[in-house]
Ligand binder design. Structure first.
Ligand code: SAM
Length: 204
């Protein structure tokens, strides 16, 4: 379906820019008009309305249904397992040993990580793998781990909960990690293997 919705004017763009900055904390200071139009034009075409009318619909949306769709359209869900390896190295080299020390010395019982903006789950699951490695070093605190994963994008959250990934998604993961934490399911139809996070990791 070809959309014929007119691109937003500067004034229309400014309203949406303020909305995403205020409601989501997204930085649209660099011109993102192309992104707004690229993500929304099909929806506006379906609804048969222009940008001003869509803005009105959003701010009067008592059911939150359209605003939820809007957030799903405008958020960018780029992620991967161990994305930003330097951060994970830093966690492994600094945070995990410090937590281990506190546990060994009886100063800490519980470990909590929060993946705020978890997208489709890869970051939260990467943190789970790291806490499992820590749990392996400490046999007595197996119940003390919790990973909280949140996101404004409801479609991404559904995928995160499912925890099913494809060959490309798991390219950063080592064989031991794949073996310990995933169930591999080769499809009989198309020979594509899917990798599903095991329940004990999902339940962390
Ligand atoms: C680029 S992804 C990064 C995902 C993951 N943290 C990573 O680094 O691999 C950013 C995520 O933040 C989410 N997000 C953006 N604004 C948010 C907000 N105000 N509250 C919760 N999640 C938000 C988006 O939906 C998106 O899934």
């Amino acid at each position: 379906m070809q959309s014929s919705v007119k691109k937003p004017t500067d004034e229309q763009y400014a309203k949406f820019k303020a909305l995403v900055e205020n409601q989501l904390g997204l930085d649209w200071s660099r011109e993102k008009k192309y992104l707004l139009h690229g993500r929304l034009n099909t929806r506006l075409f379906e609804l048969g309305i222009n940008y001003d009318e869509y803005y009105e619909l959003l701010i009067k949306d008592r059911s939150n249904r359209e605003i939820e769709l809007f957030y799903n359209f405008v958020t960018t869900n780029k992620t991967e397992f161990y994305r930003e390896p330097a951060v994970f190295n830093w966690i492994r080299e600094n945070i995990i040993p410090a937590l281990r020390e506190e546990i060994v010395n009886g100063l800490r019982e519980k470990i909590r990580f929060w993946s705020a903006g978890c997208s489709t789950g890869e970051e939260a699951y990467s943190l789970s793998f790291e806490t499992q490695a820590l749990a392996g070093m400490l046999s007595d605190v197996s119940n003390g781990y919790k990973i909280l994963a949140t996101d404004i994008n409801t479609q991404a959250l559904v995928a995160a909960n499912k925890g099913i990934y494809n060959q490309e998604d798991i390219k950063n993961l080592s064989h031991p990690i794949l073996k310990k934490y995933f169930i591999h399911t080769p499809s009989s139809e198309n020979m594509i293997t899917t990798y599903m996070i095991k329940d004990f990791i999902k339940n962390l």
